[in-house]
Design a protein around this ligand. Sequence first.
Ligand SMILES: Nc1nc2c(ncn2[C@@H]2O[C@H](COP(=O)(O)OP(=O)(O)OP(=O)(O)O)[C@@H](O)[C@H]2O)c(=O)[nH]1
Ligand SMILES: [Mg+2]
Length: 455
Amino acid sequence: MLNKTIAAISTAKGKGGVAIIRISGDEALSVAKKMTKLRIDSPEPRKAYYCEILREGEIIDDGILTYFKAPASFTGEDVCEIACHGGLYVTQAVLESAFSAGAYPAGAGEFTKRAYVNGKLTLSRAEAIGQVIDAKTDSQLRLSSSQARGILSSRVDSIREKILDCISHAYATIDYPDEDISEAEISEINDCLDYVISSLDSLKKTYRTGRAVCEGIKTAIIGKPNAGKSSVYNMLLGEELAIVTDIAGTTRDVIEHTASVGGVTLNLADTAGIHETFDTVEKIGVERAKSKIESSELLLCVFDSSTTETDEDEFILECAKGKSAIAIINKTDKENKLSPDFMQKIDTGCQKTVFLSAKTSDGRDELAKVLSDMYNLGEIDLSSDAVIANARQFSSVSLAYDKACEAKDALILGQTPDIICFSLESALSELNMIDKREVSEEVVSAIFSRFCVGK
Ligand SMILES: Nc1nc2c(ncn2[C@@H]2O[C@H](COP(=O)(O)OP(=O)(O)OP(=O)(O)O)[C@@H](O)[C@H]2O)c(=O)[nH]1
Ligand SMILES: [Mg+2]
């Protein structure tokens, strides 16, 4: 399958100035030559050539052809890119002309998959390219673009080399089974192992940040009716998405959008005000709000500071128990009527308290800072540090960490070098899952199927 020459539109679907049709495979140049009229016989690699574009011999457009000779191309195969005019119909016609000239339609992510198979990209870099395309926030773009440049891959490589060092030290002692491992050798293996364990531990910890940036945190805004939940929701999203009125019980259905606050991606849900109600529709809304609390990882508990607290506010604090929760004391543009006792209860019931006015946006920066600290964004430079950004990578690093700890335990217990080596080799093979070829075809296909056609 892989040696078929494939073609697809690589630019976004829609009307634009220019569109690019990418062709990759052994026949790329011959396909491109069949479907264009060039002024020369053979284009030189990496040079742009004006050409007329043909469909069954008839000129349908003109554009630019660029030829990339294998292996110096994105996919590692021969690649031709034809830039034509970006109309919907003309682009499709140029693509069909590539098919008539012998190319096959590319599947989703097939160009990037070929780049990976041909060793042009590591798996984590390929994943990061997908994230660059999908990025919706500035932090997502910064993180994925640095990982696409291979920062995670080089960090993983340097840890792999250290593990190989440990293995070679331990194997050296196996060659002399009659001699005990000397103190000096034990200390060398020990230092090496400590380095590996602490590097894997630091890398593992970056997942809290990576996940907060890339996947986002499921967050519910909860509070009693009229506390200002929908106003806080709109303020965080920078748009009037939820209806705000002074009538208690305005929000009934759960409304969900994604916001970036302090670099953290919040998958935000605005919910109905929680209280006792006999209104059938509102009752359903309150039930939905309660189930949203269950399924959320983070709660933004909104309290109206312009009125004294009620049992409903006490109930919100009950909901926050055992959960990650930030208290938002809203309406700070008005006089604070919450009792000092209740303020104290808020402080103990929630991890952090932020004073905010959804009306004036005062306190938004403070909330951004709290979120950024909560997910360690201040400690990590998204554009230069290696960061674990998905569950697959996290699982490999965690398992490698466990195996390295097993090796250290074996060393401390004075077990034979082959036992230490066995654990270290398992650590290595777990780590190999991040970038190397030990990944199953199923995992690889799942990763690339998330890409769009043309990438
Ligand atoms: N002064 C002031 N008024 C606010 C602030 N935030 C919200 N309000 C007002 O409080 C009222 C209720 O706001 P909403 O955002 O609809 O409150 P809610 O918690 O979503 O209410 P329900 O959906 O009914 O549960 C509206 O009149 C808002 O304009 C604030 O920070 N300051
Ligand atoms: Mg509301």
